[in-house]
Design a protein around this ligand. Structure first.
Ligand code: DC
Length: 228
């Protein structure tokens, strides 16, 4: 059965595996995957490279003006571009990760990113992940998922990822950092992380990614019939 252009919005806490899940869903159902966090990261890189952020201080009127000339897009492999330059590696670096929070808290930056997401999603089947997709960006998304997991389980996943990269993590620090990010994400003034009232809750503390996909398949099939 052919389904119309629908949007699957996946929000949730950090280190719940949102992007791995969203990418797998996109592949499974033939949807386009949109990574909203990558756009906040690209704006942060742009601000850094143009001297528009120092520590947590954003040079606000200048950044807002500069965004008028900033062109961001994804290629068919989901890589993020600033103009014709691929910035996929740079936006995942520590300097960007450590400054993306104050950038993503700015209302004009959120409007800028939301415009791009809306343009990308027009007349397409899209799965996107973030913090505020189901509540703010696409409140009419046909399927909304809110992901969570036990903080200890999330910290363990983050710890394993960092260890794999040879970063010598300390479990107590990883857990503390995760709790702090939960707190900031949930309590910032503009578009905080929030669960949409009409979202399905996915607690994957004790689930494999295969079980998560099977769970969502059940929901999609129940709503739209068999997907081909
Ligand atoms: O998911 P991520 O780690 O790549 O996100 C990067 C940052 O952007 C993170 O600090 C949360 C923020 N973000 C947001 O505020 N709203 C979104 N829809 C997606 C990400």
């Amino acid at each position: 059965m052919e389904i119309p252009s629908i949007i699957i919005a996946i929000d949730g806490y950090s280190s719940t595996g949102k992007s791995s899940f969203a990418k797998l869903i996109a592949k499974e159902f033939g949807f386009t995957y949109l990574d909203s966090g990558a756009l906040y990261r690209a704006v942060t890189l742009f601000a850094q490279e143009n001297g528009l952020i120092s520590g947590d201080n954003v040079i606000s009127p200048a950044l807002e003006k500069a965004l008028e000339g900033l062109e961001l897009h994804f290629d068919s492999s989901n890589r993020t571009f600033i103009g014709d330059r691929c910035v996929e590696t740079e936006i995942r670096s520590m300097p960007v990760s450590s400054q993306v929070s104050p950038i993503s808290a700015l209302a004009y930056v959120r409007r800028f990113v939301d415009d791009i997401l809306h343009r990308c999603a027009a007349s397409r089947r899209v799965v996107m992940d973030g913090r505020d997709i189901g509540v703010t960006v696409f409140p009419d998304a046909e399927v909304k998922i809110f992901m969570t997991a036990d903080p200890i389980v999330r910290a363990r996943r983050r710890f394993d990822e960092m260890a794999l990269k040879g970063q010598n993590p300390v479990m107590e620090e990883v857990l503390e950092n995760l709790r702090r990010r939960d707190e900031i994400d949930s309590h910032r003034e503009v578009s905080p992380l929030a669960r949409a009232a009409d979202s399905y809750l996915l607690d994957n503390s004790e689930m494999t990614i295969g079980e998560e996909v099977a769970w969502l398949k059940g929901i999609i099939q129940g709503k739209f019939g068999i997907l081909e």
